[in-house]
Design a protein around this ligand. Sequence first.
Ligand SMILES: [Fe+2]
Ligand SMILES: [Fe+2]
Length: 249
Amino acid sequence: MKSTVTEVSSDLYRISAFHPDFGIQFNQYLMVDDEPFLMHTGMKKMFAGTRDAVASVMDPSRLRWIGFSHFEADECGALNDWLAIAPAAAAVCSFVGAIVSVNDFADRPARSLADGEVLPIGRHRLRFLATPHVPHGWDAGLFFEERDAILFSSDLFFHPGDPEPLTEADVVGRAERAIVEGMSGPLANDMPYTAETDATLKRVAALAPRTIALMHGSTFRGDGRKAVLDLAQAVAMILGKPASKTAAT
Ligand SMILES: [Fe+2]
Ligand SMILES: [Fe+2]
């Protein structure tokens, strides 16, 4: 599987591999800075392709931070491969993620971030938001790059196929169709709708991202606040419907 590298924002490289078995893209994002940051590692079996793609931009052994949203193979499956080739690298994730999974799984301990904590990496600053169960997983969180307003949205806005690297077109419609189509498949119910889901998405929208660096599908450039609010509305309509009540007799 070959990865395609696209500079989607200043210092930000999208590393995308289309996996024919899944019919979806797996995107990693490399932010080149004093302390280079990789958002998601991709699956362990994808490591060689991701490493070679990073090497086309910078020396992979310089990697300092490996961020991800939640503990899953496509988020951090190749973490230990990265720790092995980058001596100063460390995982950076939520407190829950570190204590529940990563500090056992990883060959070196993770740096855990509290909700709202900022990780400066040089010219860029990454704010961490703890977002339990958004997109899914108790340990879930999202990163937001403050200078250029880039939201690393993980599985939010998921859409299948092998679309263009960067789009200003409607990604909410694509994501909405994917949620509806996914409900009748074997991977249904990936995103739980909890009492906190709407408030969490509105908090993310308030960051007013101008780029949304999503894991599966085109990177979005445009009015990210509107896109996240529209997604919140779609998710509420599709997943948040109260269960139909049986009339009392
Ligand atoms: Fe996920
Ligand atoms: Fe994912």
